[in-house]
Design a protein around this ligand. Structure first.
Ligand code: DX5
Ligand code: ZN
Length: 219
């Protein structure tokens, strides 16, 4: 059984935006290493969140790794803005950027780690050729747009397939899972081969986030 330690990336989508600094402190003291930042444009996904200014404003007060998940159409138009805002990882959607290779190069040229995310209906095989270029693949296990949804079971098989692809082509590439991660779903996701678990509603509704992070890491 795979017992490697995973990275936990709480998503502030489920935090109270009126006390965002408190939320960041909770994440920091919980033992999570990353914070996941869900940027939504109301076009690629049916919800709107925040942009680069918000990320820049919270960057100053936090030493967490900033994992920016761009759920926006044509993200290539905004790479510089999100790089300048202090993101560490910038992840774009396969479905949102036509010249994906160019977009990934732009992220890397800006000095940031580059990721691609896939919605549930996109097969992992589309990444076969570009995988060696990537620092992260973010596998969505719910349809993007909202926190608090239930993990779609067939997406677990996608992670296992991707694990195999990464082992062959780019073992340093992180496999992240996003959507419906909780106490009950974490074991099967770890067995499938994740490196990073994004957690929104389960983390912020937990009575003891530090204990919750421990459970996710050790289960
Ligand atoms: C959904 C976002 C997720 C979201 C996950 O579109 O990309 O990062 O915050 O939330 P939970 O963990 O509640 O499914
Ligand atoms: Zn996300």
């Amino acid at each position: 059984m795979d017992k490697k330690k995973i990275i936990i990336a709480p998503s502030i989508l489920s935090a109270d935006f009126s006390s965002i600094c408190e939320a960041l402190s909770v994440i920091e003291s919980s033992g999570a290493e990353w914070v996941h930042l869900d940027v939504m444009d109301g076009f690629f996904v049916p919800n709107i969140t925040f942009g680069p200014k918000f990320i820049r404003d919270i960057r100053a007060g936090s030493s967490l790794i900033f994992d920016t998940h761009l759920m926006i159409h044509q993200p290539e138009n905004f790479i510089k803005d999100f790089a300048d805002s202090g993101s560490d990882y910038i992840t774009v959607h396969y479905e949102a950027s036509l010249h994906l290779h160019r977009t990934i190069q732009e992220i890397k040229l800006s000095g940031k780690k580059a990721g691609i995310s896939l919605v549930p209906s996109t097969p992992v095989e589309v990444l076969e050729d570009i995988l060696p270029e990537l620092d992260q693949v973010l596998v969505m296990t719910v349809n993007p747009g909202f926190g608090g949804q239930t993990l779609i079971p067939f997406c677990v098989d996608k992670i296992a397939k991707l694990r195999n692809m990464c082992d062959r082509k780019n073992p340093d590439c992180k496999i992240s899972v996003d959507g419906g991660v909780n106490n009950d779903t974490i074991s099967v996701l770890k067995t499938a081969g994740i490196d990073v678990a994004v957690t929104g509603s389960a983390f912020f509704s937990s009575l003891n986030p530090t204990e919750f992070v421990k459970i996710l890491k050790n289960r």
